[in-house]
Design a binder for this molecule. Sequence first.
Ligand SMILES: Cc1cc2nc3c(=O)[nH]c(=O)nc-3n(C[C@H](O)[C@H](O)[C@H](O)COP(=O)(O)O)c2cc1C
Length: 233
Amino acid sequence: MPAAEKGAPVNELLEGLATTRTIRRYTDDPVEEHDLVQILWHATRAPSGSNRQHVRYIVLRDSEPALQARAALGRAARAAWQHKEAADGYGAGSGTVADSPKSRMAATMQHYVEHFHEAPVIVVVCLLRYREANPYEGASVYPAVQNLLLAARGLGFGGAVTMWHSLVEQELRELLQIPAEAALSACVTLGRPAGRHGPVRRRPLSEVVFDGQWGEAAEWALDPPGTQFTGWK
Ligand SMILES: Cc1cc2nc3c(=O)[nH]c(=O)nc-3n(C[C@H](O)[C@H](O)[C@H](O)COP(=O)(O)O)c2cc1C
């Protein structure tokens, strides 16, 4: 392979890392099986401790148990957002200003939770435990979740990671016959973005990278020109 071609995919990969946003609004387009299988195949390429590969994916489409699980998740999403909206003061401060980032975020979230159960695909990601629950077990699941999002992105889809399944976990376990030894790690909605991907906003490198010891500024760690940062918390 010529050197130029060898380098190109890496740049596309980095571009994908920098621009894969959380997508919470979807068109009505389905995620066809030939795309779904690619997304899942790439998710399963993620690393895991000792390569144990204990991640399991329950794909919710339109079977009867899936529809019931979707309904339960939709209820959980609405309850969780209702709580967060009040607790985090989305209706106060700049949240009252039309078109402010905060009020736009609130509108996006409201739309998301109202339509959560209708997401083209929902994937419940589980970890099949082989030892006692421990603080590090997520390390073997979340790389796969990120791979799943990036693979979806690569195929023109988008998704959102959510933790709202925890509110209806017992119901999901019964509906989907999830064994006791499987932990429910994430619930990911997927679909064709109604909006678009684009540069994600994060804290500046100068705030989050230390040189050699905690708190020591890393003078060389500069964001590339044009980087956009999170504006509010
Ligand atoms: C562990 C984890 C849990 C998350 N939980 C939720 C959630 O419950 N609901 C939701 O709408 N988004 C959730 N998100 C998405 C984050 O809110 C999102 O990644 C973050 O705000 C940054 O936005 P961006 O991905 O568009 O840059 C979660 C993301 C992660 C990694």
